[in-house]
Ligand binder design. Structure first.
Ligand SMILES: Cc1ncc(COP(=O)(O)O)c(C=O)c1O
Length: 379
């Protein structure tokens, strides 16, 4: 079976540095908030063109820290796409607040700026005060934050970029990390920049928000250890994961180029038979996933089954929109009905994607997909 994501080839390149880094941590014994954390935060901030990087324990914690910095209050609403991973919406209810589900664009899979007024009016009709927007850079391409930010500014809302999948990408030459007032990312192993466990980070240029997030990731700590300024959480990145990230960051830019080459090869081989991902003018993607759209009426289960028989794994991100998930069914949904979201949930299919996917393997995947599509559309 071809792997969906192959972390082995990458590890072979950086294993020596990882081994040396882990030995160093074992020798000095500062497992929590040691020198590796300061060093990786400095490197990550530079990589994202941001004044502050606050590392943390996961992408979900990064979102939670961002909402704490924004002072989200119980009962308030935050607009978020319904076509996303649960974490983008999960953090609002955790603070007693509410996600307000909005429509995505059929081409980019990201929050559709044109759908924001409908989401806002649905929330207002339900008596909910909307205070912010969380956009998501789904599958690696950033959302159109130029348009999202200008809508938000006109309505007095803040904007957070959930860049769990899009760290490393850019929009009109501006890096992810600078596109919204706070950017959150995940270092889950399968992410474009992943560690070997859970990890995440938050980026901002705002000194006050950075201070709040640094405090909140250590229980709301004040200037000294057992003095608390606010209610926080335990959300630190550990030194071992910082070592992994440090090694991976050395080759990250090169891997982004390799991911783009893989995406280009897929597009050349598949564009005639399925909808291939399209980048907006001036956008780059970190290609966390390579997600195709099957033509309406294609039996996706049969495509997946036939691909599997040919040794090709595939995955559906995501089969059910967030607003149709039972725990989220009581939250407001945009007036426009989220038809694009519903259609995408039925059509999308993600293929193997990682920087080390070679042309011959992609040929094999293309042949398997052609055979699968033939079978799935025959009847
Ligand atoms: C869009 C999105 N947001 C947030 C997260 C949460 O990240 P983590 O798993 O590190 O908590 C993920 C992770 O899969 C994600 O894909």
């Amino acid at each position: 079976m071809i792997p969906l994501i192959d972390l082995g080839a990458q590890q072979a390149r950086i294993r020596d540095k990882i081994d040396a880094g882990i030995s160093r941590v074992l020798d000095h014994g500062m497992y929590i908030m040691g020198p590796e954390i300061t060093a990786i935060e400095t490197r990550l901030a530079a990589a994202a063109d941001s004044r502050h990087c606050i590392s943390c324990a996961s992408g979900t914690d990064a979102l939670m820290l961002a909402l704490l910095a924004k002072g989200l209050k119980p009962g308030e609403g935050v607009i978020v796409p319904s076509f996303t991973f649960a974490a983008s919406a999960e953090v609002m209810p955790a603070l007693g607040a509410m996600p307000v589900f909005a429509e995505v664009d059929a081409t980019s899979f990201n929050l559709d700026p044109a759908g924001l007024p409908a989401a806002l009016s649905a929330a207002r009709a339900a008596g909910i005060t909307v205070v912010g927007i969380i956009g998501v850079g789904l599958f690696g391409q950033p959302a159109d934050y130029e348009s999202i930010n200008s809508f938000a500014a006109a309505e007095g809302l803040w904007v957070i970029d959930d860049a769990a999948q899009s760290f490393g990408a850019s929009w009109q030459g501006n890096k992810v990390g600078t596109l919204a007032s706070i950017t959150c990312t995940s270092f889950f192993p399968a992410k474009p920049l992943g560690c070997y466990g859970d990890g995440g980070a938050v980026f901002t240029n705002d000194d006050t928000e950075a201070d709040i997030m640094r405090s909140c990731r250590i229980h709301g700590m004040g200037k000294t250890r057992y003095e608390y300024e606010r209610i926080g959480m335990t959300a630190r990145l550990d030194a071992m994961q910082a070592v992994i990230l440090d090694a991976k960051l050395d080759i990250f830019d090169e891997e982004l180029v390799m991911r783009q080459q893989v995406a280009d090869r897929y597009a050349a081989r598949l564009a005639d038979s399925v909808g291939v991902p399209v980048l907006a003018d001036g956008a780059t993607s970190s290609w966390a996933q390579y997600t195709i759209k099957l033509r309406p009426g294609t039996d996706r289960e049969m495509v997946m089954e036939t691909l599997r028989e040919h040794g090709v794994p595939s995955a559906v991100y995501y089969p059910i929109p967030m607003h149709r998930q039972p725990p989220y069914s009581r939250y407001p949904v945009s007036d426009d009905g989220l038809q694009v979201t519903a259609a995408l949930c039925e059509q999308v299919l993600s293929l193997p994607m990682h920087p080390y996917l070679d042309a011959a393997t992609q040929d094999q995947i293309a042949v398997a997909l052609a055979a699968s599509l033939e079978k799935a559309t025959a009847g």
